[in-house]
Design a protein around this ligand. Structure first.
Ligand code: ZN
Length: 406
């Protein structure tokens, strides 16, 4: 295990070094996606996942199986199009224009959520499967000593599926999409002493004002550490950062992704924080409290929540915490350094002591130069926010499952 010195709590994981990339470069150099307007309809390869990807969020991926590997290699451009492949669509001939891009949509049962995010691949390499027994029953895909393609992609722009065209693999399909605008979109004139818009109306649509209220509410809810980590940038950037980092359930995250402007997203966060008092994070299944929002901290420059992929290709969304209630967890197995998402740290599986739910991992430094000496990576889909209020959640609008073709 390679060690690193002097990193403290900064960014050891953000580059996803555990994926063993050969090159460190964005092969596409920030190209525009087709230069299309927000109303133009275009074909796009869609990957369905169990999480909501927002613009600016990072998604690491390992391909599963030969068909998926070939599709990703075609998108990257390291392999020519196989026009004879069964199920190949005529529109894939225009793939050249979409090189480096694919769409990411939340999988909902057998369907797919209507709104997704365009992702741009900025690192890729080949990943030799290692013989590693993983945590639980989430082992998926064919990992039998074969070489897979790994990529790291970044969310770019929201889109809406207009029509599903057909299925490529169990989690990939082709769809006609249109890009959605993400901007401030308030359509209000600048504040002006003689403006026809009353000041209170202008104030209601003021994103900076909303952000200040959000920060106050985050502090009230024990999320001060998180509030302090909010990056500089436009209200739009901050609204997506909040969507990525706040402890929102998947349906709430999806609802936030569908909102049409920065103002709507910030207003959503404001109402959410106003309506709740976050006391603790609890086990999703047995509701045993085991960690506190005030202990979240950042182990990567992606924020306190980031996605990581395990050797079997399963993507976990992980929230990092300084400490958890050790009486509420049990550990399973030995500390392992292989394939650690955090170089210099060994991982140990942690479970709910009551029901055995796989909470995530305890990371312990294997080197004196690594700080902190111990921290916890908690799977976001293993926990719920626990408070005295009824759980408010939303049903997700989905498209019907596509009909397989070819
Ligand atoms: Zn439990």
């Amino acid at each position: 295990m390679a060690s690193f010195a002097g990193h403290g709590t900064t960014a050891p994981a953000s580059s996803h070094t555990y994926l063993n990339f050969e090159s460190d470069q964005n092969p596409f150099g920030g190209r525009q996606f087709l230069n299309v307007g927000t109303n133009e309809h275009v074909y796009l390869t869609i990957l369905t996942v169990d999480l909501v990807l927002f613009p600016n969020a990072i998604l690491p991926l390992l391909t599963r199986g030969e068909a998926e590997k070939q599709i990703i290699e075609e998108i990257i451009g390291t392999k020519p199009l196989d026009l004879l492949r069964p199920g190949r669509f005529e529109r894939d001939l225009s793939l050249e224009h979409r090189k480096g891009f694919f769409g990411v949509c939340l999988r909902t049962g057998s369907g797919v959520a209507k709104v997704g995010t365009l992702a741009e691949i900025y690192r890729h390499g080949r990943f030799e499967q290692i013989d590693l027994v993983d945590d639980d029953d989430e082992v998926q895909g064919g990992s039998d000593g074969t070489v897979d393609v790994n990529i790291v992609a970044k969310g770019r722009k929201r889109f809406e599926i207009v029509k599903l065209s057909g299925v490529l693999t169990s989690r990939m399909m082709v769809a006609i999409i249109r890009l959605l605008p993400d901007g401030e979109n308030t359509k209000l004139p600048k504040e002006h002493p003689h403006s026809a818009v009353p000041r209170f109306v202008w104030k209601m649509h003021d994103c900076s004002d909303l952000l200040q209220k959000i920060i106050v509410n985050m502090c009230k809810n024990g999320l001060q550490t998180l509030a302090e980590k909010m990056p500089h940038g436009t209200p739009c950037t901050k609204s997506f950062w909040l969507a990525i980092n706040l402890p929102l359930s998947v349906p709430l995250k999806y609802e936030m992704l569908t909102l049409k402007s920065t103002f709507h997203r910030l207003n959503f966060v404001h109402k959410y924080l106003e309506s709740m008092s976050i006391e603790t994070f609890a086990c999703k299944y047995c509701r045993s409290p085991f960690c506190r929002p005030s202990d979240v901290f950042s182990m990567s420059d992606e924020g306190v929540t980031a996605a990581y992929v395990n050797p079997q290709g399963y993507v976990h969304q992980i929230m990092t915490l300084k400490t958890v209630n050790m009486d509420a967890i049990s550990t399973s197995g030995e500390a392992v350094t292989e394939h650690s998402w955090f170089p210099g740290f060994a991982w140990t599986i942690i479970n709910c002591i009551v029901c055995g739910n796989h909470f995530g991992w305890m990371f312990t430094a294997v080197d004196d130069s690594c700080h902190p000496s111990k921290f916890f990576g908690i799977r976001k889909d293993a926990v719920i926010v626990w408070n005295n209020l009824p759980v408010v959640d939303r049903a997700m609008p989905v498209l019907a499952a596509p009909v397989p073709t070819g």
